[in-house]
Design a protein around this ligand. Structure first.
Ligand code: 5GP
Length: 181
């Protein structure tokens, strides 16, 4: 698969250190609290499964699926495809994202969950592209800020592929064309 990759941006061992650092921060900030961790499908799945295994307090997990992207461009329209099952009222909610780009998805999700009356709401994103923001949105925990490029791997896809790469990469042109191999 590496023949499709133009550049590795963040290596597997750098990601491991990043997740350990975020886990230590969450262990410090949420000790003794009733926490629900909500992953935003599908991109956050790999990161979330690594992150929750760093946590030394009991957590509930849930998922929400929203659509806001077609191909490599944001449509700016966010729609719920699958909602969470848990009642988050009075609980400490941590939204787990793969990457924040324009901020439109997160802005929508923050408003959605704020209206559900959690004890607190914070966001933990593996990656962040701060130069791409169209709306200002708070991201309390960021693994790694990256430049403005379309990235794949560690849960992130290009047309549903490459999520299984254990590192974060920029696709080469071959990777965008080689869909049938
Ligand atoms: P936003 O609403 O902040 O523009 O984008 C949110 C979602 O778009 C992310 O959760 C992610 O699924 C997708 N996205 C944004 N940038 C990238 C990227 O560089 N690569 C991939 N594969 N997905 C991205």
């Amino acid at each position: 698969m590496s023949k499709y990759i133009a550049e590795t941006l963040i290596t597997e061992s750098e990601i491991k250190a990043m997740v350990e650092r975020l886990g230590a921060q969450l262990n410090h900030d949420y000790a003794g609290k009733q926490v629900v961790i909500i992953g935003v499908l599908r991109g956050s799945v790999v990161f979330m499964s690594d992150l929750i295994r760093q946590l030394d307090f009991p957590v509930e997990i849930d998922f929400i699926s929203v659509s806001s992207y077609q191909g490599t461009k944001s449509t700016g329209v966010v729609k719920i495809v699958k909602d969470t099952d848990h009642d988050v009222t009075g609980k400490h909610v941590i939204l787990v994202e793969d990457i924040v780009d324009t901020g439109l998805t997160l802005n929508y999700l923050r408003e959605l969950f704020t209206d559900r009356g959690p004890a607190s709401l914070r966001v933990c994103s593996a990656f962040d592209k701060p130069d791409c923001r169209q709306v200002a949105v708070a991201v309390e925990y960021v693994g790694q800020a990256i430049p403005n490029a379309f990235v794949v791997g560690y849960g992130l896809d290009y047309q549903q592929r490459y999520r299984n790469l254990p590192y974060l990469a920029v696709l080469g042109d071959d990777g965008k064309e080689g869909q049938d191999e």
